[in-house]
Ligand binder design. Sequence first.
Ligand code: NAD
Length: 481
Amino acid sequence: MDLKLFINNEWRPASSGKTFDVDNPATGEIVGTASQGSREDAVAALEAASRAFPAWSRTTGDERSRLLKKAGQIVYDKYEDLGRILTLEQGKPLRDAQREVESAAETLIYYGEEARRIGGEIAPSKSKTSRSLVIRQPIGIVAAISPWNYPVSLMAWKVGPALAAGCTVVAKPPSETPLATGLFVAACAEAGLPPGVVNVVTGPSSVVGEELVANPLSHMIAFTGSTEVGRHLMQSASKGLKKLSLELGGHTAFVVFKDASFDRAVADGAKRSFRNMGQICNAVNRIYVEKSIAERYIERFVQETKKLRIGDGLANPDIDLGPMVNAEGIERTERQIQDALAKGATLLCGGRRPDRPELAKGFFYEPTAVTNVRDDMLVMRQETFGPLVAIATFEGVDEALRLANSTDYGLVTYAYTNDISTMLRFAEGMESGTVAFNSISPDSLYAPYPAWKQSGLGVELGHFGIDEYLRVKHVLIEFKV
Ligand code: NAD
């Protein structure tokens, strides 16, 4: 598979003619190439998006709705192929990859529906002879940048609402996993989008990404990725005072109160700590268990973790865990494990690469849990983005809140309890955009997914997601009486 740039509804090679290889993290084999876009290619895509914007921004909500719903159906029809490509380049089990593509299709369809609901309001009149209309208009040209862990669905969270709002888009897929994301965005155009409404430029982030963010032709940067890069983009975008939507890193707490449904809290804790090899912004990093049930919880958690099956996600579509995306992730995880053990933590399970010969060439790592942890350990502060979780104890809601709130991040918190008072006190005291009780599926198409603290600025999903791509205008009309 050889992914080219998609500009003005045409596939074209990079202006330099160069490409880069895309590897399968489960086997180390090259699965395809993508075009190595240059600054000129990024500018060409921004120009195409700028030319398309005036007409696209004036389409009716109904027109955009029809096209987005059709695009969703087209993507849905491709879920098997796109899912297979995603597994090949990212490593996640085939079933998870196909589900990701399906959810991207659902996102397009949902925002197709939201496109018809963009209204305004009539503000109170400041005089007898004036009226104040408040209208909402699309921001303009959006540079959409997604990370490699859920590259297709996170790109859909941007492309869907941006197009629904009447914006045009230049998408930059991650270089680790560019293929399925590039094909996904281009598939949207098959619904009949006019040339330039969606464009895809792959290539080095230091070249293509920087140009898309800094070039005056882009009006908004919709970014999901690390906090470090998010901060940098904020600086680059500040020259143009551009609108930013930033969904960044996390350090997620999972809190188990003593009244929780025990088996569920064990099974969900293990699943959410290690799904996608812990490479999820809302993967569990810290588990806090109420003291009276902690010993039993830890024992059962280790048993549950040991049941997780690791393997090649293409050969075994229903496997629990595929590989990590690259060696860097394994090194980061090992660094945190060594730091914790050196500072006195106890290793409960994992802490090594699996020794099965068939996994030798891939970036596999055993799900790892540590306990007897202290706040000065890296695992308690820094995002791991790998299969490592730390387990500690607490007593009472106040201490649970203090510990769960003790990092700079504020994306998602999970808590297990059946007590409504505990739920309300905990939900209101938690400094994170989402608090999920008795569930490890924290996001919903229909509700906001906001980022707090160093986890970002802005909101994706729900009708809040489309608001990000609109700006308000006050139209004041003086009339004769
Ligand atoms: P990253 O920040 O390295 O890269 C993210 C994207 O930004 C990639 O497409 C990359 O090519 C691009 N990029 C990097 N430098 C750039 C620059 N200077 N200019 C423009 N673009 C640039 O992150 P990653 O390693 O791909 O993903 C992991 C991170 O993403 C983790 O921190 C994780 O928590 C975060 N994440 C957050 C969410 C969320 O919803 N908050 C979801 C998924 C992942």
